[in-house]
Design a protein around this ligand. Structure first.
Ligand code: MEV
Length: 323
């Protein structure tokens, strides 16, 4: 049997804007997806017959990426992430399945996390009708703190470049990493799940429609880009207060892009008194918010009282690995 674990991610800044080439900053979180693969007599997923049409990410990895034509496989998947919730569960799934399959087929070859990030991004793009940034897949593959941008961002270490032809044209991204300061590593993220799943593809399409109908909304994208750069400076300097303020400002711009909703806003408001900052994270429309705090217990309680499901993590977990 071959098994691999890939972490989920939390976007601190730049969701949606990154689809249009602006920078985004994401960290890998402690929770993730574990995938195990064994050869068997028939194709199975979680003990049930495997239906490729219902699992586009897994199917893309097995068929289009690995061109697998060996004996049937049994796949088991355990996830510690809420799905369609902005935690990068589909990216973690693609990375974990890709890493487990790599280990099953080439046990002696070390895992190439950059290659895996690219493969998982192509799976994500296929499942999201061609509109997907490499944010989730790169963060889950590389771990730590990842900066995705249309161009190199000062103060970051370049890892690789990638591109995609989207319905709005060809996009190119530079994938970079930053080292987190000890002060940031000692802080906590508390993510609050609204209990409502929200498919990323639908929210990305909603923003694309808003921008084509109201081109002036691209000002919000520019603002998010500016806030992201300020957040990155705060992150590198270990300035948690400035980091939190930038998160609050980012939430306001995401509200203007109409990707927040009353459930998300309620959890954000509940978390703020005990946090340095709070915002929705990921695609919005449901899914999760995130708060940066030194008192995770208190924030988790506040989120629960406001009707959300909390999940606590440090910032910058390790990336995909064979386990
Ligand atoms: C989803 O986690 C983040 C979005 O920016 C979409 C993407 O980057 O592909 C909304």
């Amino acid at each position: 049997m071959a098994s691999a674990f890939a972490p989920g991610k939390c976007i601190l800044f730049g969701e949606h804007a990154v689809v249009y080439g602006h920078p985004a900053v994401a960290v890998a979180i402690d929770q993730g997806v574990r995938a195990s693969i064994t050869e068997s007599l028939e194709w199975k997923l979680e003990g049930m017959p495997f239906d490729p049409s219902r699992h586009p990410h897994i199917t893309h990895i097995i068929q289009s990426v690995f061109h697998y034509d060996g004996p049937p496989l049994t796949l088991d998947v355990q996830s510690g992430l809420f799905s369609a919730a902005g935690m990068g569960s589909s990216a973690a799934l693609s990375n974990a399945v890709g890493a487990a399959l790599h280990s099953h087929l080439n046990a002696d070859e070390p895992l190439d996390s950059v290659k895996l990030a690219k493969l998982a991004h192509s799976a994500e793009a296929t499942a999201q009708k061609g509109r997907a940034s490499p944010t989730d897949t790169a963060t889950s593959a590389l771990g730590g703190c990842v900066v995705i941008s249309g161009e190199h961002v000062e103060g970051t270490r370049h890892v690789f470049d990638t591109s995609l032809v989207t319905p709005e044209g060809r996009r190119e991204w530079s994938i970079n990493v930053v080292d987190l300061s000890p002060r940031v590593r000692e802080a906590w993220l508390v993510m609050g799940y609204t209990g409502v799943g929200s498919p990323t593809g639908r929210m990305v399409a909603k923003v694309a429609k808003l921008l084509s109908e109201s081109p002036e909304r691209s000002e919000d994208m520019e603002d998010i880009s500016r806030i992201t750069r300020a957040g990155l400076t705060a992150l590198s300097a270990g300035n948690l207060e400035a980091l939190g303020m930038a998160m609050d400002a980012c939430h306001e711009r995401l509200q203007r892009l109409r990707v927040s909703n009353p459930l998300l806003d309620r959890l954000v408001v509940a978390a703020r008194p005990h946090s340095m900052g709070a915002k929705l994270t990921g695609a919005g429309g449901g899914g999760c918010m995130v708060a940066l705090t030194e008192d995770p217990q208190r924030v988790a309680e506040a989120i629960e009282v406001a009707g959300g499901r909390p999940l606590v993590s440090r910032l910058g977990a390790k990336g995909v690995r064979v386990v």
